[in-house]
Design a protein. Structure first.
Lengths: 631, 137
């Protein structure tokens, strides 16, 4: 099938053996590629209860069939692993030019198993693949590592690497590539646990397209769809994702002071124009991922400090969430997370939890090395981020996120942890949108902002006719039918399978039917949008099954108590609390999930052609019953 | 060397380095996407977010054609573009002669050949594909 390169690099780091294999066509048929391929590897080729930081964990870099083609923002690569942060599946998505370069070199995926004795890095130069000693790179930050590798190999190489946080096995550590991040879930720690410092790739081959004319026609359609969406092509194209901050505040969706509030009193100081237009202090340039038209990545330079990308999530996490309203502190915190390599969302959320613990007297100056961790104290925040990244002093306590820290601190600390399955909630207050209550709760990798970002539909009032969403949804009604949310979630997951960016669908821009046309034109394999969404449904069902095997049930899909007991502070959702159980029931019904086990029913698995998976997780009796009911 | 008037014009100030133009170029010419085949080249300079765009100037006096060892570089009478013929033997003489470094070598079809912008026969496809309107002609 064209579009795929039909070659996977398998690296066993324990024995330093490198093998090239063909793609497993069974996985491709059912799960399409990208994230689906990585999750299939975890399910079929790894013991289901493997410890995330053990050599058994499989770390895979998976491109999709669209990665590397000119399809809008077809730069994405899914990095799959078992997450040390949540103990669930980990699937983290990264842009930059790495994924496309990997396809040009002739590979769909790189799969790492085992653990190297000493630090190594992998070099892929078209056909030539080798492991090299990385002792001279160990201890360097992300930018220094990239520079050292480029000096060694040549400027044309693209590099994925970890910083000090990954080496120190921080559960928040991410993988860095050219100022993009596979941020959430601790992919960097998994890489560090395998003593793998970096991967460098150069490719000069080709990706064949089955039907050029059909592709160009669908490509132009897709392009037009994205450009016709006023908000995407306006503020987001201009300011990048920070453009969201004003709208989020207006709709009462902006997490403020560890989600005590949902609107920020200092909002005017963190509106994006304060950064962009302050040209004396900040210099901002555009530099995008491969084939991206949106260009949400903006490179910020503040004086001598090359801060890196400023994103909505970074801004919201270190800004309103910590009560900080000066861009200088936010930029410095962002800079440390970039060079040491941790997830900005969980990083900022952990700082905000520390601030609440400090203000509530659960921790004292003893726990903060004398830093006054009050909400709004920007300089203390920056210093704490640095300590956290390097596990320096008290930073060691917080380096694995707020959930792990609360377990160590004990007492009432856990009440102020805003996390689901151990992963901190990202920058949307779930009280402001019923759909986000469910999205955060039922995300397979912990409270994730991209599974799906559904506030667009119910809080912001967008429609998505091609996906069957033809009328406005009520953001404050947990008892509403949530079939649309299931479809939207699948639509977001499809982008991960194909290797394109979520931002193609975040404001309901690209039609799923156009995605199907593009896939058909690239691969020559006929598919329609329903089958495309079905592959995503299978991927989600497989992720659920793997989580189930690791002990995750309905109780783990619940949000922290704060959202059920403390009414929203302001904005449209003022006074609202979340009805978690109703919301979950509605969503489970829409997805045909077993309401207690929180996985698809045996009938659903059978319908998806996943009987083999069902037979592992359901005992024989219930399977027989379901077979009888199908008859 | 005297640059021509009908050619791809670039505005480097607004380029964001997404390389969509490169990808579309190879797809249009070779039915495959490859960084080897690019009539237009995007290169990031040392300062992040600053890009250099290199593309054929369709010179009036055609120094590449003059240098070509077998005389296969000619002007297309319809589009006005300077084109490399099928018979190219890959001697690289044109690459040395080009004052803009706008010609690249490719062995995508098995044989080593030179490749450059031919304005897609008259209607350049990279121009409408650029999301920043950095290209015009």
């Amino acid at each position: 099938m064209k579009g795929y390169k039909d070659c996977v690099i398998k690296v066993d780091l324990t024995t330093s053996s490198i093998k090239k294999e063909k793609l497993n066509q069974e996985y491709i048929k059912k799960y399409l590629g990208g994230e689906g391929y990585g999750i299939a590897l975890l399910w079929y080729e790894m013991p289901h209860t493997a410890d995330p930081l053990s050599p058994e964990n499989i770390l895979s870099f998976n491109t999709g069939p669209m990665t590397g083609t000119p399809t809008p923002s077809a730069s994405r690569m899914s990095i799959c692993f078992m997450s040390p942060l949540t103990n669930t599946i980990g699937a983290s998505n990264i842009g930059s030019h790495f994924g496309a370069e990997l396809k040009f070199a002739g590979y769909d995926s790189i799969v790492f198993t085992g653990k190297s004795e000493k630090p190594v890095y992998l070099v892929i130069d078209n056909d030539k693949v080798e492991l090299r000693d990385a002792s001279h790179l160990w201890g360097l930050d992300t930018r220094e590592t990239t520079e050292a590798i480029l000096d060694e190999l040549g400027k044309e190489f693209k590099v994925c690497c970890i910083g000090q946080s990954g080496e120190l096995l921080s559960s928040l550590a991410c993988i860095f590539s050219d100022d993009c991040f596979a941020g959430r879930g601790g992919a960097g720690a998994v890489m560090g646990s395998k003593n793998l410092k970096a991967v460098a790739v150069r490719g000069t081959g080709k990706i064949e397209i089955a039907d050029k004319d059909k592709f160009m026609a669908a490509f132009k359609d897709a392009y037009r769809q994205v450009r016709e969406e006023a908000y995407t092509w306006g503020p987001v194209h201009g300011y990048g994702t920070p453009a969201w901050v004003g709208g989020a505040d207006d709709c009462g969706l902006l997490p403020t002071r560890n989600l005590i509030q949902n609107q920020f009193d200092g909002i005017n100081n963190v509106l994006p124009y304060q950064l962009w237009n302050n040209t004396d202090k900040y210099k901002i340039t555009r530099r995008t991922c491969y084939a991206c038209q949106l260009g949400c990545h903006k490179f910020v330079v503040m004086g001598d400090v090359e801060v890196g990308e400023m994103e909505y999530e970074t801004l919201a996490a270190f800004g309103p969430r910590c009560g900080v309203d000066d861009y200088e502190s936010i930029c410095m915190a962002g800079y440390y997370t970039t060079i040491y390599g941790i997830d900005t969302i969980s990083g900022g959320a952990t700082i905000s939890a520390i601030m609440e613990w400090y203000e509530k007297g659960i921790i004292t100056k003893e726990h903060t090395d004398g830093l006054e961790m009050n909400f709004g104290n920007g300089s203390a925040m920056v210093e704490m981020v640095r300590k956290m990244c390097l596990r320096e002093g008290c930073g060691d306590l917080y380096a694995d996120g707020s959930y792990a820290a609360a377990k160590k601190i004990g007492g009432k600390a856990m009440d102020y942890v805003m996390a689901v399955k151990g992963m901190e909630i990202s920058a949307t207050d779930p009280r402001g949108a019923s759909s986000m209550t469910i999205a955060f709760g039922t995300s397979e990798r912990g409270a994730c902002h991209m599974r799906p970002y559904a506030a667009t539909i119910d809080a912001f009032g967008y429609l998505y006719p091609d996906l069957g969403i033809t009328e406005n949804k009520d953001p404050f009604n947990d008892a509403e039918d949530k079939t649309w949310l299931k479809a939207l979630k699948e639509c977001f997951v499809v982008t991960n399978l194909l290797g394109i960016c979520d931002f193609n669908v975040i404001n309901t821009e690209m039609k799923p039917s156009t995605m199907a046309e593009l896939y058909t034109a690239i691969t020559g394999f006929e598919i329609d949008k329903y089958e495309l969404l079905r592959t995503a449904e299978r991927t989600i069902a497989l992720e659920r099954a793997l989580n189930y095997q690791r002990g995750f049930r309905r109780a783990d899909d619940r949000l922290p108590k704060r959202f059920m007991t403390e009414p929203a502070f302001g904005g449209p959702p003022k006074g609202r609390v979340v009805d978690m159980e109703t919301a979950l029931d509605k969503f489970y019904e829409a997805c045909s999930f077993d309401k207690e086990k929180a996985i698809p029913t045996p009938e659903k698995y059978a319908e998806l052609g996943m009987e083999d998976v069902a037979s592992v997780i359901y005992d024989e009796v219930s399977l027989e019953n379901s077979a009888a009911s199908l008859d | 060397m005297k640059p021509g008037a009908i050619k791809i014009r670039v505005n480097e100030e607004v380029c964001q380095g997404c390389r969509t133009c490169e990808a579309v170029c190879s797809l249009i010419h070779k039915e495959a996407v490859s960084p080897q085949v690019r009539g237009i080249q995007v290169k990031e300079l040392d300062e992040p977010g600053n890009f250099k765009l290199t593309v054929c100037q369709q010179c009036f006096d055609m120094p590449c054609a003059e240098a070509c060892s077998i005389g296969c570089i000619t002007r297309n009478v319809y589009s006005g573009a300077v084109e490399i013929g099928e018979e190219c033997i890959g001697c690289e003489a044109c690459i040395e002669a080009c004052p803009y470094d706008a010609i690249v070598m490719t062995d995508l079809d098995g044989e080593l050949k030179a490749f450059k912008c031919d304005l897609c026969g008259g209607l350049p496809e990279c121009v409408p594909a650029c999301p920043r309107n950095a290209l015009s002609w």
